[in-house]
Design a protein around this ligand. Structure first.
Ligand code: ADP
Ligand code: MG
Length: 255
């Protein structure tokens, strides 16, 4: 089936429940005369409501795949349908809009805006989306309550522990109510206590219907996933279902 001309206006192809549908994706970086094959043909469908751990050693292509899933980078070849929509046809503005509406990102290094208070950090994606001030505040407060950071609204990132910063970053990722959360080594900079807090939070968010893809090289972290996908040298070498997906739409999708 060719999906080359699929656009936002096309009917959704195949299963409605696939949030991510990647087919034969390759990514090749040109380094001078040398081609680096970061992804060598990855096909992956991720259903709504799944909690997927992507594992693999350093250099196996995990971040490259995540950047493609997050529409931060384009594949060299192959196709990517995000929530049923082929993202190839989109220009940079449209991709930024898609990212803002459909995806929440969580990074290893938290990436909070420095010298900016907790509440303002979490309101930021809503400001980009043009949400009015009062509504911004209401939703940021709700997101911060969800992650247990409702009592740190006026703190700067430098005044928070790593685990607290990551919880604020997760609040920022969910404040737009995206159907998909992407996390690249979200516990990589955390102690074991904070790691458990953050994993509990991901489990809760998943239980309330969010699809989550998280990259990790820690077996403890992967053990909390419903499915484990392992990459080696740019290919999927293992794809293991650990627990059933119980799909449910996130609340107030169109808010
Ligand atoms: P992982 O996240 O699993 O450690 P990456 O996806 O970051 O792996 O990298 C996969 C391969 O692609 C590595 O060999 C890496 O050196 C290479 N690579 C990643 N990004 C770039 C880039 N921007 N330019 C050139 N090579 C890259
Ligand atoms: Mg990486």
């Amino acid at each position: 089936m060719s999906a080359t001309r699929a656009t936002a206006h096309s009917p959704r192809p195949r299963s409605r429940s696939a949030v991510i549908d990647v087919a034969s994706v390759t990514k090749t970086y040109a380094m001078g005369d040398v081609a680096v094959h970061a992804l060598r043909g990855v096909s992956l469908r991720i259903e709504r409501g799944d909690l997927v751990a992507v594992m693999g050693s350093s250099g196996s292509g995990k971040s490259t795949l995540m950047n493609i899933l997050g529409c931060l980078d384009a594949p060299s070849r192959g196709r990517y349908l995000l929530d049923g929509v082929d993202v190839r046809a989109f220009d940079d503005d449209e991709l930024a809009d898609i990212r803002n509406r459909k995806i929440g990102f969580v990074f290893q290094s938290f990436n909070l805006v420095p010298r900016t208070r907790t509440l303002a950090n979490v309101e930021l994606p809503l400001a980009y989306a043009g949400v009015a001030r009062g509504e911004r505040r209401r939703r940021a407060l709700a997101a911060l309550e969800t992650v247990g950071m409702g009592d740190r609204l006026e703190h700067l990132p430098s005044e928070l522990s790593g685990g607290q910063q990551q919880r604020v970053a997760i609040a920022r990722a969910i404040v737009t109510n995206p159907p998909l959360l992407l996390a690249d080594e979200p516990t990589g900079n955390l102690d074991s206590h904070s790691t458990h807090d953050v994993l509990d939070l991901f489990s809760d968010l998943n239980a309330s219907g969010r699809t989550i893809v998280l990259i990790t090289h820690e077996p403890d972290v992967a053990a909390r996933a419903k499915r484990v996908v392992r990459l080696a040298d740019g290919r999927v070498v293992e794809d293991r279902r650990v627990a059933a997906v119980r799909a449910r739409a996130p609340r107030e999708r169109a808010a």
